[in-house]
Design a protein around this ligand. Structure first.
Ligand code: SAH
Length: 251
C-alpha cells in the first residue's frame, strides 16, 4: 500500500509564520522526519512519531522517509523556513531520482514556507525590493571556488545578495572572505544586514556598512543580506532604520 509524503517548512521560527496549510499537514501526519530541533518545534501528539536525524544526514533521512511512505505511512518531512530553499525537498527529489521505481509512484506534496531571507528582509524594511539572489556559503556540497565566482558575478551584476549558511565551526573563514570579495566591487557604504534567529525569542538584528562588516557578527542561525549599490538606509529617531532597495534603477 502506498502512503503519502508531505515535505513542509515551519517558517523561520515564529509559530505564527508557519502557514495554515503546513499546520494542517502536521496535524494529519503520522511519522515525522527532520533535524531534531525542527521536530521539537512541532508539539506533536503522543500518537505521532518523531524520527529525528542529524543535520548532515539529509540523503539518508530522505531515503528513510520515502521507505516509510512506501510502506503506507503518512509521512511529513520537515525543514525550517521553506522546504525547497537549501533544504529537504531537493534531497527527496535526489533520492527519488536514484532510488527504486516504486518511489516514483508515491504521492508527494511540497508545501511552501516563509524562507529566512524573507523574514530578515521584512524585519529590515524592503532590501529585496529589487532584483536579488540567494547563495548558500556552505561548501559541503559544492567547491568554494564556485561560490567565489558566483559572489563576484552577482555583485558585479548589481543584485542584492542573501547569504544562507554563512558560518559554522567547520567553516570559520568563508564569510570573511566573502566580504573581502564583495568590497572589491561594492561601495564600502553598502548596507549589510545580519538577521539572527529572526522571529524567535533569541532574535538579533543589526545593520552595518560593508566596510565594517565582520564575520563574527554571524553564526549558523544568521541570514546575511548584502545590499546593492542602490540599497539605502532611512534613519528614524529611536527606532531601527529602514533598509530598502528602490524598485527601479536609474529612473
Ligand atoms: N530552508 C531554510 C534554510 C535552511 S539553510 C529556509 O528556507 O529558511 C539554514 C540557514 O537558514 C541558516 O544558516 C541561516 O542562514 C538561515 N536561517 C534559518 N532560520 C533563520 C532565522 N530564523 N533567522 C535568520 N536566518 C535563518
Amino acid at each position: 500500500m502506498n502512503g503519502r509524503l508531505v515535505i513542509l517548512g515551519t517558517g523561520p521560527g515564529n509559530p505564527e509564520q508557519t502557514t495554515p496549510q503546513a499546520r494542517d499537514a502536521i496535524a494529519a501526519g503520522e511519522q515525522f522526519f527532520g533535524y531534531g530541533p525542527y521536530l521539537d518545534r512541532l508539539n506533536l501528539r503522543p500518537d505521532q512519531h518523531r524520527m529525528p536525524s542529524d543535520n548532515r544526514e539529509e540523503i539518508g533521512r530522505a531515503r528513510a522517509a520515502l521507505e516509510a511512505a512506501s510502506k503506507g505511512a503518512s509521512v511529513c518531512v520537515v525543514s525550517g523556513g521553506d522546504p525547497g530553499v537549501f533544504a529537504m525537498a531537493a534531497a527527496i527529489c535526489e533520492a527519488i531520482e536514484t532510488g527504486p521505481e516504486t518511489w516514483r509512484r508515491l504521492e508527494i506534496t511540497v508545501l511552501p514556507g516563509v524562507t529566512a531571507m524573507l523574514a530578515v528582509a521584512a524585519r529590515a524594511g524592503a532590501p529585496l525590493g529589487q532584483d536579488f539572489c540567494a547563495i548558500s556559503l556552505s561548501d559541503n556540497l559544492k567547491p568554494w571556488e564556485l561560490i567565489e565566482r558566483r559572489l563576484r558575478a552577482v555583485a558585479e551584476a548589481g543584485l542584492v545578495i542573501a547569504l544562507y549558511n554563512p558560518i559554522s565551526k567547520a567553516r570559520p573563514w568563508q564569510l570573511g572572505t566573502a566580504f573581502k570579495i564583495l568590497r572589491e566591487s561594492l561601495p564600502v557604504t553598502t548596507p549589510v544586514i545580519f538577521g539572527r534567529a529572526v522571529g524567535r525569542p533569541d532574535e538579533h538584528f543589526v545593520v552595518v556598512p560593508l566596510g565594517e562588516a565582520d564575520q563574527q557578527s554571524a553564526d549558523m542561525a544568521t541570514c546575511v543580506i548584502i545590499g546593492s549599490a542602490e540599497t539605502r538606509i532611512i534613519e528614524r529617531p529611536g527606532m531601527d532604520p529602514l533598509v530598502y532597495s528602490p524598485r527601479g534603477v536609474g529612473i
